[in-house]
Design a protein around this ligand. Structure first.
Ligand SMILES: NC(=O)c1ccc[n+]([C@@H]2O[C@H](COP(=O)([O-])OP(=O)(O)OC[C@H]3O[C@@H](n4cnc5c(N)ncnc54)[C@H](OP(=O)(O)O)[C@@H]3O)[C@@H](O)[C@H]2O)c1
Length: 318
């Protein structure tokens, strides 16, 4: 089968589209014929070797974590999925492999694809919608509450706007100025541009939840405190193991809660996302559709951290 691999860590140019044997399947896995693969910053980070202390020095390594496709074989322990079922999912581990014609995936990491949604759209949803759903749940966002989403125009941000609006929250979306109108079109109640104003100094409002999506600006808890209610919640998706201890100290000091989230793939949440997409509550934001052979170009765009919506690669479009 055709698959994307890399034989060393490095820039997008290390990605190679090659012929390799189809993956073998464990008893708790399904084999999926991939129709589309969605890209995330995680893909580029792993390829660049940013987590090489975890991913090691054995090559070739595979890539691709978000996908949509059709089940072509099921393992002996798989009870809830059948051959021919259209599924989408997020591979939670660091090994991936969805940027290929076939991928073997744990049964817990997939759900039935909504019939009304094309494979390309379904592949745009898993990681980012799971992240937004789990973050807003952890922050206990309630109807009528005000949420401030910092980094609102990319994958996780656009998911967060849509889910927060569905929950009945009042949304302020922060992006660059060029993406303000886009965030407004997604139904954000208010938009702010981090490159045109002091988004912390210029707002008089007090928020219930601050969701830090853009994590490369460093931890924004101190700035967020200025605009959070005392009983408010700051939640970040920065992968930083020290945040748990910091959150505990903030709590002891009676300051707004500091929460962090590492997304988990699970069938129940994927099913909830599928239902919301089926009802039209969530609209997958595929702003660029490319071919699998364009994967290096797609990685280059992703690692600039200014992707509007999502980039999806189509495979087996028949
Ligand atoms: N912990 C977890 O489980 C988890 C899960 C998913 C993602 N993540 C991480 O979360 C981050 C966001 O993921 P994503 O998929 O949403 O990425 P993305 O699609 O690349 O979006 C990045 C966003 O950041 C904004 N941005 C860029 N520079 C900024 C700046 N200087 N100040 C404020 N905002 C800025 C961009 O807006 P403009 O283009 O308008 O500037 C865009 O909205 C990534 O680092 C990713 O690795 C973590």
């Amino acid at each position: 089968m055709q698959a994307v691999i890399f034989n060393q860590y490095g820039g997008p140019e290390v990605l190679e589209l090659v012929d390799i044997p189809q993956p073998t399947m464990a008893a708790n896995q399904v084999l999926v014929r991939v129709k589309a693969v969605g890209l995330n910053p995680k893909d580029a980070a792993l390829r660049a070797g940013m987590l090489k202390f975890l991913t090691g020095k054995r090559f070739p390594q595979k890539t691709g974590f978000d996908f949509s496709g059709v089940i072509v074989a099921v393992g002996d322990q798989v009870k809830n999925h059948q051959i021919g079922e259209e599924v989408f999912g997020y591979i939670e581990d660091l090994v991936g492999g969805a940027a290929a014609e076939f991928v073997a995936v744990k049964q817990d990491w997939i759900a039935t694809k909504p019939a009304a949604i094309a494979h390309v759209e379904a592949a745009a949803m898993p990681c980012t919608y799971l992240t937004a759903l789990q973050a807003l749940r952890q922050a206990k966002l309630q109807r009528g509450q005000k949420i401030f989403i910092y980094g609102a125009s990319g994958g996780v941000g656009t998911a967060a706007i849509q889910i927060a609006k569905h929950l009945g929250a009042v949304v302020t979306a922060v992006s660059s100025g060029k993406n303000q109108a886009y965030c407004a079109a997604l139904a954000a109640d208010k938009t702010l541009a981090y490159d045109q104003s002091d988004v912390f100094g210029d707002t008089q409002e007090k928020y219930d939840v601050f969701f830090q999506v853009h994590v490369l600006s460093g931890n924004l808890y101190s700035q967020a405190r200025k605009i959070l209610k005392r009983e408010g919640v700051f939640i970040t998706i920065e992968p930083n193991p020290l945040l748990g201890a910091q959150g505990f100290i903030r709590k002891l000091l009676g300051q707004p809660r500091l929460e962090s989230l590492l997304v988990k793939s699970n069938q129940q949440d994927l099913e909830a996302i599928a239902r919301m997409a089926e009802q039209g509550v969530l609209q997958p934001q595929v702003l660029q559709k490319l071919a699998l052979s364009d994967i290096a170009k797609a990685h280059k765009i992703i690692e600039e951290q200014h992707t509007r919506g999502k980039i999806v690669l189509e495979i087996n479009s028949d």
